[in-house]
Design a protein around this ligand. Structure first.
Ligand SMILES: [Zn+2]
Length: 319
């Protein structure tokens, strides 16, 4: 029987010494049009296909508004027509997550110098590998000339409907309609487009509508916030940030004409624990004031000291 394995050519000579006259051995592997299928050539001039593990992608879910030319494929879909809440499974046994690039968010989702910033910026060094966050198919792979401020841009559609955007790349390594697995390098980081320095501009969108990517990714700890994601309609608002939205809902639910304040969003008024995500400039005193509690109560709840340095992004129990 033939041994199918990926041998480095430099090892073949050594291999040959041990197998001379006994067995054929792989000479080389060749790429095919399909990146998950290779051809292995053997020393006796025979060959065989080698099937690599394919990412688990449900292709049926990828047909809606599939447009490889338009950056925003859902322009005709009004936010009003979207459901109040969408529950997405982000990861399971066959759908992993990989951090696109390590680093901390230095520019968040929201208004920035009077312009909407619909993603997060993660600083990097030009040439750093940028990885697909989840399995998916590349919907857009486009150079700076066609993407405006995004620079070289890759958009991946995941089979739960979520799309992730990767902007300002110095080099794109995938083409449209190409399946990619979570963690696959889809491009190299850079500073193309409207950018003042090398960074990754990362967006998360559902049905074309952007929401704060920090609802999905915890960049401070380099992991997913949760295995699933509930997207509330108000998250598509540029002023709705991770760590503040549910509070906003609680405050505005009585005056808002929209009735999407759900029971879970209102739970802050009951006896269940409530959390706050530390932001730039926060102190225990400030947070305590905001929640009508005391610093010592906060310290007890979170088992920290008054002198503990609050890391941005840390979740503090406030009730
Ligand atoms: Zn950005």
């Amino acid at each position: 029987m033939k041994k199918i394995g990926l041998l480095l050519l430099s090892n073949i000579l050594l291999f040959n010494i041990f197998t001379q006259g006994q067995e054929t051995y792989p000479l080389d592997t060749l790429n095919t049009k399909d990146k998950y299928t290779k051809v292995v050539l053997f020393s006796d001039y025979t060959w065989t296909y080698l099937e690599l593990d394919r990412p688990d992608i449900d292709m049926d879910a990828l047909s809606d508004h599939w447009d490889t030319e338009a950056i925003h494929a859902f322009k005709d879909v009004e936010i009003a027509s979207l459901p109040d809440t969408v529950n997405l499974t982000l990861v399971d046994a066959t759908h992993p997550f990989v951090l696109p690039i390590k680093g901390s968010v230095y520019s968040r989702y929201g208004y920035r110098r009077k312009r909407p910033h619909r993603g997060v910026d993660i600083p990097l060094t030009t040439g750093d590998s940028v990885r697909a966050a989840f399995n998916g198919v590349v919907r857009v792979s486009e150079g700076s000339s066609k993407t405006g401020g995004y620079g070289n841009l890759v958009i991946v559609r995941h089979d739960n409907g979520l799309e992730t955007y990767y902007g300002h790349l110095s080099k794109i390594l995938v083409h449209e309609n190409e399946p990619v697995r979570a963690g696959e390098v889809i491009g190299l980081g850079g500073s193309t487009g409207r950018s003042t320095g090398p960074h990754l501009h990362f967006e998360t969108r559902y049905m074309g509508k952007a929401f704060d990517p920090e609802r999905v990714v915890d960049w401070t700890n380099g992991c997913l916030r949760d295995t699933s994601l509930v997207i509330r309609k108000q998250y598509y608002n540029i002023n709705s940030r991770y760590g503040q939205a549910d509070r906003t809902v609680a405050q505005t639910s009585s005056s808002s004409s929209q009735s999407h304040a759900t029971s879970s969003a209102n739970s802050s008024t009951s006896g269940s624990p409530q959390y706050y995500t530390v932001r730039k400039g926060d102190t225990l005193g400030k947070i305590a004031g905001k929640y009508h509690t005391t610093v010592s109560k906060l310290c007890k709840l979170n088992k920290i000291k008054e002198t503990t340095i609050l890391q941005i992004g840390r979740k503090l129990r406030v009730r």
